[in-house]
Design a protein around this ligand. Sequence first.
Ligand SMILES: Cc1cc2nc3c(=O)[nH]c(=O)nc-3n(C[C@H](O)[C@H](O)[C@H](O)COP(=O)(O)O)c2cc1C
Length: 180
Amino acid sequence: MRQLKLSRAFTLIESGPVVLVTTHDGKKNNMMTISWTMVLDFTPLFAITTGEWNYSFAALRKKRECVIAIPTVDMLDEVVGIGTCSGAATDKFARFKLTPVQGKVVRAPLIKECLANIECKVIEIVRKHNIVVLEGVAAYMDSLRKEKRTVHAVGDGTFIVDGRKLDRRKMMATKIPEGI
Ligand SMILES: Cc1cc2nc3c(=O)[nH]c(=O)nc-3n(C[C@H](O)[C@H](O)[C@H](O)COP(=O)(O)O)c2cc1C
């Protein structure tokens, strides 16, 4: 093995699915692109990394809720566009022609065009590392949607698309909770 620049090490493990995170600050809807995500365990607990550098953060901190929306590969240009402009100056739903839909629990909107949406409450903000811990309170999936492939950001401006699905459910039986 050859040495890899340490500054590129994150690109080896960054590639969870890219998500959109919507917020509502009391006045308007907004959304941002997030690739730094983490599933915490089998309960619906998640974490994202974000902070003051994003306009969305003030709404996350103030309203303590959001929606994690899962886009698919056909939405990649919108996903990158949403992640390269600020809701301070742009109505991103209008600009990227996406439809906000009211969820059941939180005020932040679901995104109709996405494959899935998870309504979330912010349960902790770990300021030292800009980690926002979220608890899912309702989830939705558009199972009729044809395109189901999500995209994974490598972190250097390139993306990986979902490929073959491999089944090891039997081997993992002791590790998977009932009903999953
Ligand atoms: C592919 C991609 C992934 C991104 N991932 C993150 C992330 O994980 N955390 C973060 O704080 N910003 C991330 N961003 C940047 C934000 O989406 C971007 O700053 C956005 O403009 C914030 O919108 P806002 O200012 O309206 O909140 C990402 C951008 C792109 C294009």
